[in-house]
Design a protein around this ligand. Structure first.
Ligand code: AMP
Length: 220
């Protein structure tokens, strides 16, 4: 099963991606996680990437496309994958199409903007694994520590209000065309497109997604 998760920062994409990845035993490929990890390596390119991440700006299509294409052909993607944060632009969507890989589901996660900001402001992450917590909605067992490794959690450098607003405006600007593109693909029978309201609890959203992915729910 090949899945694309679309949704603004803070909608809960990463959290749901993690749950789906575990449930359906397919790798979660998060371009944000890969780029954040890459930005910790000491090189000229990684320093440039770090600057973009800190400003909430999108990284150049060529770099991200190359990174994802390499990842999609790794062994663990043979039975499918879940893309979280990719594609974000039309050229990125075109690049997936060029691989010839059929995307079974495009899931658009939606939530009102004010909720997004509240969610992003309390968020903490475990950088090596990409595990995501929230002070209020999904706290770790021990404050500030990852549940599995006990390592420190961090606040992402782009989870500050002015950068959050920049990321959201970047998202809405880029995604309109992307959403149209996938709705057209769905109309042509090339994929299945669903929009999911994510303003409820993590477990409820997960249940909705599982129903869709196991074909229990009707298409919208
Ligand atoms: P995310 O973890 O998905 O919120 O992404 C964090 C940041 O990584 C974004 O604000 C961008 O700077 C960068 N990024 C992630 N995915 C992409 C992508 N597909 N294209 C360009 N930049 C990306």
């Amino acid at each position: 099963m090949r899945i694309i998760l679309l949704g603004p920062p803070g909608v809960g994409k990463g959290t749901q991606a993690q749950l789906i990845s575990k449930k359906f035993k397919i790798p979660k490929i998060s371009t944000g996680d890969i780029l954040r990890y890459f930005s910790t390596i000491d090189s000229c390119r990684s320093r440039q990437i770090k600057n973009f991440l800190n400003l909430g700006k999108l990284i150049n299509d060529d770099i991200v496309i190359q990174m994802v294409k390499q990842r999609l052909y790794q062994d663990d993607c043979r039975n499918g994958f879940l893309l979280d944060g990719f594609p974000r632009t039309l050229p990125q969507a075109e690049a997936i199409k060029e691989t010839g890989l059929i995307i079974d589901y495009v899931l658009e996660l939606v939530v009102p903007v004010q909720i997004l900001i509240t969610r992003l402001l309390g968020r903490k992450v475990h950088l090596p694994s990409g595990r995501i917590y929230h002070d209020q909605f999904n706290p770790p067992q021990i404050e500030g520590k990852d549940d599995i490794t006990g390592e420190d959690l961090i606040i992402r450098t782009d989870d500050h209000e002015h950068i959050i607003r920049q990321r959201l405006s970047e998202y809405y600007h880029q995604t309109e065309a992307l959403i149209l593109h996938y709705k057209q693909e769905a109309n042509l029978g090339k994929t299945s497109y669903y929009q999911i309201d994510c303003s409820t609890k993590i477990s409820e959203i997960h249940d909705k997604l599982v129903k869709i992915l196991t074909n229990i729910s009707s298409k919208i």
